[in-house]
Design a protein around this ligand. Structure first.
Ligand SMILES: [Zn+2]
Length: 203
């Protein structure tokens, strides 16, 4: 479900990585709006854990609806704003560093530990503009999304989608869906976009 150019670039990226004994593997690629919506609604309903900044489960009964919305946004993208919906963004691990049945958690600990060598190599590839168009997006100190060094975006195609992204389209899409907390979302849409979406655009 990735865009053809993105997939092609990823294949070239993999071939280069192989020369260094790495085996990049997509842990999470395309995710639909509907899937993201399901995750969102389950969190609002308490069917899935909602975590605080430190990864500890929150008692959502203690939160007002706006607080709950902001808490969910710490770890989950608002449907319609996840870059995984674009077909240009992927979460990548190095399959060569782990046993076949290893279940990746996608944490900073892994990035520094078991996948440390791969990420050091990736740093150099990205710095040298040698990563076949892939860039990191969720870097520390930008917005309110937790840093995700494993999240790579195929810049040439992602930039186009960023360029055509509008708050109006998003508001319409959300209004036509059965998303929970819609009034709180719409009342804070500019804030959400500013802190969770637009600050990560290349522009
Ligand atoms: Zn990701």
């Amino acid at each position: 479900m990735l865009k053809p150019q993105t997939l092609n670039a990823f294949e070239n990226f993999c071939e280069e990585a192989k020369k260094y004994d790495f085996e990049p593997k997509i842990e999470s690629g395309y995710r639909s709006f509907e899937r993201q919506l399901l995750i969102w609604n389950e969190k609002v309903l308490g069917k899935r854990k909602v975590l605080d900044k430190n990864g500890k489960p929150l008692n959502i009964a203690e939160l007002c609806e706006t607080e709950l919305m902001k808490a969910i946004l710490l770890w989950s993208a608002l449907p319609g704003t996840s870059r995984h919906e674009w077909g240009t963004d992927i979460d990548v691990i190095d399959a060569a560093a782990v046993p076949k049945d290893y279940e990746a958690e996608l944490t900073i600990e892994e990035t520094l530990g078991v996948f440390g060598k791969f990420h050091k190599w990736l740093d150099l590839q990205i710095e040298g503009k040698n990563a076949f168009g892939f860039k990191r997006v969720f870097l520390p100190g930008i917005g309110r999304v937790q840093p995700e060094p494993w999240h790579l975006s195929y810049s040439p195609e992602a930039r186009e989608i960023e360029h055509n992204f509008t708050a109006e389209n998003l508001a319409e899409r959300l209004s036509n869906s059965d998303i929970l907390l819609l009034p709180q979302i719409l009342a804070n849409l500019d804030w959400i976009l500013e802190n969770h979406v637009f600050c990560y655009f290349e522009r």
